[in-house]
Design a protein around this ligand. Structure first.
Ligand SMILES: [Zn+2]
Length: 106
């Protein structure tokens, strides 16, 4: 099975677990076959019943380390807050340095 044939799971599937899975086109078609999903790690096709049960069971059984990785990753919102915070403290430090050198000039 070719890696390039695997399409990303549609954005309608919002669960974290779908980052680990893709969708294959129907044989001879370009439209996705939503009856199955494909594991990106081992390329196994699993039946898709419109929920994450099978996908999560597959990750738990075959790729438990991937499940742990997902869990320890901070949510995107937290990451953004952290980044803007460190940027802010860096600029305030620079602001102090500039203030200090102006004071020295006087
Ligand atoms: Zn797998």
């Amino acid at each position: 099975m070719e890696e390039k044939e695997i399409q990303p799971a549609p954005s309608s599937l919002k669960a974290q677990v779908w980052h680990q899975f893709g969708i294959l086109p129907k044989p001879g078609h370009t439209e996705p076959d939503m009856t199955h999903t494909v594991c990106r790690h081992c390329k196994t096709r699993i039946k898709h019943f419109g929920n994450t049960t099978n996908a999560q069971a597959h990750i738990t059984r075959h790729h438990p380390e991937m499940r742990d990785t997902e869990r320890t990753q901070p949510p995107a919102a937290d990451q953004r807050t952290l980044q803007s915070f460190s940027k802010l403290s860096a600029s305030s430090k620079r602001a102090k340095t500039i203030t200090g050198s102006i004071a020295n000039c006087l």
